[in-house]
Design a protein around this ligand. Structure first.
Ligand code: PA5
Length: 450
C-alpha cells in the first residue's frame, strides 16, 4: 500500500543533544500550534480546493493530453518559477525513461540555451504550453514571442501548436489566446504560482507525459485529511519545529532526497519555502524579516560535497531526508573483480541497498554531530505519493506562515524585480520606475577589477 511516513525523532534533544528540541520547548509552543491549526480550518485557501477539484477540468486535461500524445512527440513548457518548477519535479519523479513524450521546460531566457532547444525541435511535432499566472511575465512572454515567430516562419498555426495556461481574465496571455483561438486552461485566481502544481499548470504536462493525474489528486486528497488533524498532524509539526528552529538560529532548511527521482522536489520546495516565508513585514504591518533559507541537496551525490559542512559547520541547519523504501527498479552489484578482497563486501547487494545504507549512515553521522534532522519516507515514488508529498509541503508552508504571522501567499519582493525589468526594457507605463532606477548611486570604478 502507498504510504508516507514522517519521523521526527532526530529533532529531539534526546537524540541529538543540546541543539535538539526538548519536550518542554515543544509543549511551550502549544498555543502557537493550536492557533495555526484553527486558522487553517477556517481560512479559505485556494490550493486546498484543488484535490477535490472540478472533474470536468480533469477530464479536459486528460482528453487534451490524449490528443497531444497521438499527434506530437515533444511538449515544451514555457514558464518560470511556480509555472515551471512543479512540472520539472513531477516529470523527474515519475518518468520511467521508456520513451514516449519528450518534455522540455524552458524556465530561463538564456539565449544560448534557447537557441540550442529550438535547434533540437521538430516544430511540426511540437506543442508549446505557455504557462503564466499573471499572464505578463517578461521571460515567458519573450519565449512565447520567439515560439510564435518560429511557428509562423515554419508555416504552422499557433492554434494547432500552442496551449495557454493562465488566469481567466487578467494579463496579456488571455488576450493572445482569445485572438489566436488557442486551447486554454485556467489557473484559479485564488491559487498562487508556487501552490499551483495541482492545477492545469502541473496536471497538463504530467498527463501529456503519461502520468496518472487522478492518482496525484488522490494522494493530495489523502494528505489533506492527514494535515487537517487536530493532533498528530505532520505538516503542522514540521512547520512548528522549523519555526522554533528559526528562533534558535537554524536559518537553513536543507532538503536532501536520497533518490534521483526526487532531485527536483528540492528545487520546487526551495521556491515554496523561500518565497512564501521570506517576508519583511508581519501580518500586523511591523518589520519581521522572516524566513529560512532552503538549500537543495541530493543524496548520495552531496554526501561527497556538502555533508562535511552539515556535520561540522555552524549549527544553523535542519536537514530533511527524503527516503524511498522501495525503488521501482533495483540493480544487483555483481560479485565481479573477485581478486580484490576489499570490495567483495559490495558484491551481491543491490544499488538500492547501498543508497539506503548511505542515507542511514549520514543520518547517524548528523545525529552523532548533534544536528537536528528528520526523515520523510515514501513507500515508493509514484503518482499517489508524489501528489501527497507536494500537498504535504504546501500545507507545512501554510502552517509555518501562520506561526510566523506573515502572509505566505504574496511575493512583493519578486514583483519588485518584475516591475524593474519592465522599466529597464522600456515597457510603457513604467517610466517612473525607470527614473527611480536611474537614480541608483554610481558604482566606484576602483571596486571593479580585471
Ligand atoms: O509563486 C509565484 O507567484 C511566482 O514565483 C511565480 O510563479 C513566478 O514569478 C512566475 O509568474 P507567472 O506565473 O505569473 O508568470
Amino acid at each position: 500500500m502507498d504510504r508516507i511516513q514522517f519521523d521526527f525523532n532526530n529533532m529531539t534533544a534526546a537524540m541529538v543533544g543540546a541543539h535538539g528540541f526538548t519536550a518542554e520547548e515543544i509543549a511551550a509552543a502549544d498555543g502557537m500550534m493550536a492557533k495555526a491549526l484553527s486558522a487553517l480550518q477556517t481560512k479559505p485557501l485556494g490550493f486546498r480546493k484543488l484535490p477535490f477539484g472540478r472533474q470536468d477540468v480533469t477530464d479536459d486535461i486528460i482528453e487534451t493530453a490524449r490528443k497531444i500524445r497521438s499527434g506530437f512527440n515533444t511538449f515544451v513548457v514555457l514558464g518560470i518559477g511556480g509555472s515551471a518548477l512543479g512540472p520539472i519535479a513531477v516529470e523527474q519523479a515519475l518518468a520511467d525513461g521508456k520513451g514516449g513524450m519528450r518534455l522540455i521546460v524552458e524556465d530561463n531566457v538564456d539565449p544560448e540555451r534557447l537557441a540550442r532547444v529550438f535547434r533540437s525541435l521538430d516544430l511540426k511535432k511540437t506543442v508549446f504550453n505557455v504557462i503564466t499566472k499573471s499572464g505578463r511575465t517578461s521571460e515567458t512572454m519573450a519565449q512565447m514571442m520567439y515560439a510564435a515567430d518560429a511557428l509562423k516562419k515554419a508555416g504552422l498555426s499557433l492554434k494547432e501548436h500552442v496551449i495557454a495556461t493562465t488566469d481567466e481574465k487578467n494579463g496579456e496571455l488571455v488576450k493572445i489566446a482569445e485572438r489566436e483561438g488557442l486551447k486554454s486552461f485556467v489557473i484559479p485566481s485564488d491559487v498562487g504560482g508556487r501552490f499551483s502544481e495541482l492545477t492545469p499548470v502541473g496536471l497538463l504536462p504530467a498527463a501529456v507525459c503519461g502520468h496518472d493525474i487522478k492518482a496525484m489528486l488522490e494522494g493530495a486528497k489523502h494528505m489533506d485529511a492527514v494535515c487537517s488533524r487536530e493532533t498528530g498532524n505532520p505538516a503542522a509539526f514540521f512547520a512548528l519545529l522549523h519555526v522554533l528552529g528559526m528562533k534558535k538560529g537554524f536559518n537553513i532548511s536543507v532538503m536532501l532526497p536520497y533518490a534521483d527521482s526526487l532531485k527536483y522536489m528540492s528545487d520546487w520546495y526551495a521556491q515554496l519555502w523561500a518565497e512564501s516565508l521570506g517576508k519583511r513585514y508581519g501580518a500586523d504591518g511591523g518589520e519581521v524579516f522572516a524566513g529560512q533559507t532552503p538549500v537543495k541537496a541530493l543524496g548520495v551525490t552531496d554526501q561527497h560535497s556538502q555533508i562535511q559542512l552539515y556535520t561540522e559547520g555552524p549549527f544553523d541547519k535542519i536537514v530533511t531526508f527524503l527516503k524511498v523504501e522501495k525503488f521501482r527498479e533495483d540493480l544487483e552489484i555483481p560479485a565481479a573483480l573477485e581478486y580484490i578482497d576489499e570490495i567483495a563486501f559490495l558484491g551481491g547487494k543491490t544499488f538500492g541497498q547501498l543508497l539506503e545504507a548511505e542515507r542511514s549512515a549520514t543520518e547517524y553521522a548528523l545525529c552523532k554531530a548533534g544536528r537536528p534532522n528528520l526523515t520523510i519516507s515514501l513507500s515508493e515514488v509514484n503518482a499517489f505519493t508524489v501528489g501527497a508529498l507536494l500537498y504535504f509541503f504546501e500545507m507545512a508552508t501554510a502552517y509555518a506562515g501562520e506561526m510566523l504571522q506573515i502572509n505566505a501567499f504574496d511575493q512583493p519582493g519578486v514583483e519588485e524585480g518584475k516591475v524593474a525589468t519592465f522599466a529597464l526594457m522600456g515597457k510603457a507605463g513604467f517610466e517612473a520606475k525607470k527614473a527611480e532606477l536611474d537614480k541608483r548611486p554610481a558604482k566606484d570604478p576602483a571596486l571593479i577589477m580585471e
